[in-house]
Design a protein around this ligand. Structure first.
Ligand code: ATP
Ligand code: ZN
Length: 465
């Protein structure tokens, strides 16, 4: 399969470094607020990348960090009158709520910067010993010019970079291109002891340290949003390769911008929707589907119209799934006839189309188109007199491929009457035992599956919505 590599600016054949193992590190959120739809694009993209590599049989280890100490964290914690730790704990919890709703699975490791301070200090010590970093009044800076490959990711040379660089007030670096590894404590800021005095780590160093610690000196795939190419990932490369002397990441993947009115959705511009807001109006899967309908590197111009289009498209897929579910119950169990065998061959071609699309730099737009081809083929070819096997195989195929994209999490096979009765009995027992949380959960689950229950003085009654 091929992946577009920002390092070489072209699609390259992907093979893992170590046999069947694939290591992926994605830069995660700064946890000072709910995440917005632009951030969600990155998380959903890497969730799909990971799913697909697993589907292909790779043994994937995926790490996504939480940046839980930086200027934004400190500012927000002060505004709210809480500690940076409390702020981080709160928004990590909120991150998981939205991620769960969007069916973004947990990473194998979600390291937090503040839990790696000692590792960061050790890493910086090596950089100083090797002559890549220097100390000024309790700050430590990385000297960009000391690292020969500096600029290789963003494709800029030192002169171009120098023209864009400046020294911010309060920074004591020798050269405008240098960047902070360690920042001396300022009044009112959280700080940790270090050989250079109390302070806190810079942003770039945390990812270098956590990636190497959890995934090894060379990782297969490193990624994030488009604004991370420079300086964040450029700096990560410099720090990591200066320490290890090995290539840091073999492939860099960068997601395209999610825009609104053709401008980057961002907190600082104020033109953003949080995922939490969107979920009040739409099923989470609609947002996920919207992201998948474009190639991950193409820009997306987010709008209500686009959400509505995605909603309709997703509904078409669900309608087909429920039609398959129905046919599966009423069709005769008999061997496939010739036409049905031909039909299943055409569906296998659609499956191949899905795989070819995904093999081509995770082209989810092509992959979702293949799902619609499967549905179209089903709609014209099968009916109540078709062989049950043909229906079952179609449904299994659609669920398998949709599952790779993280879709159809809301698909629930229809409940039989006796299953409903059994769940109602369980709920009654839970209520008797005063386990109201479980009782409500059962009621909600029934509701999600289209069963309405009513408690009456003579017992609980139910009906299908
Ligand atoms: N509009 C966007 N489109 C695509 N990716 C984005 C967008 N905005 C942020 N990202 C990405 O989301 C991830 C999480 O970033 P982070 O939490 O630092 O964002 P942020 O700084 O809060 O966002 P903002 O850019 O809105 O200030 C990063 O990989 C970042 O590149
Ligand atoms: Zn990072």
């Amino acid at each position: 399969m091929k992946i577009y590599n920002t390092l070489t600016k072209r699609k390259e054949e992907f093979r893992p470094l170590n046999g069947n193992k694939v290591t992926i590190y994605a830069c995660g959120p700064t946890v000072y607020d709910y995440f917005h739809v632009g951030n969600a694009r990155v998380f959903i993209t890497f969730d799909v990348v990971r799913n697909y590599l697993k589907y292909k049989g790779y043994d994937v280890k995926f790490v996504q960090n939480f940046t839980d100490i930086d200027d934004k964290m400190i500012k927000r914690a002060n505004e709210e009158g809480i500690t940076v730790k409390e702020l981080g704990d709160r928004f990590i919890e909120e991150y998981f709520k939205d991620a769960d709703a969007l069916n973004i699975k947990r990473a194998d490791v979600h390291p937090r910067a503040t839990e790696h301070i000692q590792d960061i200090i050790e890493f910086i010590k090596v950089l100083i010993e090797k002559g890549y970093a220097y100390v000024v009044d309790g700050d430590v800076y990385f000297s960009a010019k000391s690292f020969p490959g500096y600029g290789k990711l963003s494709g800029q040379n030192l002169e171009e970079l120098e023209a864009g660089a400046r020294v911010e007030p309060g920074e004591k670096k020798r050269d405008p291109m240098d960047f902070a590894l360690w920042k001396a404590k300022k009044p009112g800021e959280p700080a940790w002891p270090s050989p250079w005095g109390e302070g806190r780590p810079g942003w770039h160093i945390e990812c270098s340290v956590m990636a190497v610690k959890h995934l090894g000196e060379t990782i297969d795939i490193h990624g994030g949003g488009p604004d991370l190419i420079f300086p964040h990932h450029e700096n990560e490369i410099a720090q990591s390769e200066a320490v290890t002397g090995k290539p840091f990441a073999r492939f860099f993947m960068h997601v395209g911008y999610l825009n609104i009115n053709n401008e980057k959705m961002s907190k600082s511009l104020g033109n953003f929707f949080t995922v939490r807001e969107i979920l009040k109006e739409y099923e989470a899967e609609v947002l996920r589907f919207l992201m998948l309908s474009s190639h991950y590197r193409s820009p997306i111009n987010f709008s209500k119209e686009l959400m509505d289009q995605s909603k309709n498209a997703l509904e078409r897929l669900y309608t087909a799934l429920y039609a398959m579910e129905h046919l599966e119950k009423v069709t005769p169990e008999r061997p496939l006839n010739r036409e049905e065998e031909e039909y299943l061959k055409r569906q296998m071609e659609n499956k191949n189309k899905f795989i070819e699309s995904m093999d081509d730099d995770f082209n989810t737009a092509g992959a979702t188109a293949a799902l619609f081809d499967i549905v179209r083929e089903f709609n014209v070819s099968l009916n109540e007199s078709s062989s049950r096997e043909a229906v079952q195989k179609t449904k299994a195929l659609l669920l398998e491929l949709g599952g790779v994209l993280g879709l159809f999490s809301k698909f629930q096979p229809t409940l039989l009457d006796e299953e409903i009765e059994r769940m109602i009995k369980e709920r009654q027992e839970a209520r008797k035992a005063k386990n109201y949380a479980l009782a409500d959960k059962i009621r909600d689950e029934l509701k999600a599956r289209g069963i309405i229950i009513e408690d009456t003085p003579t017992g609980t009654r139910w009906r299908r919505a």
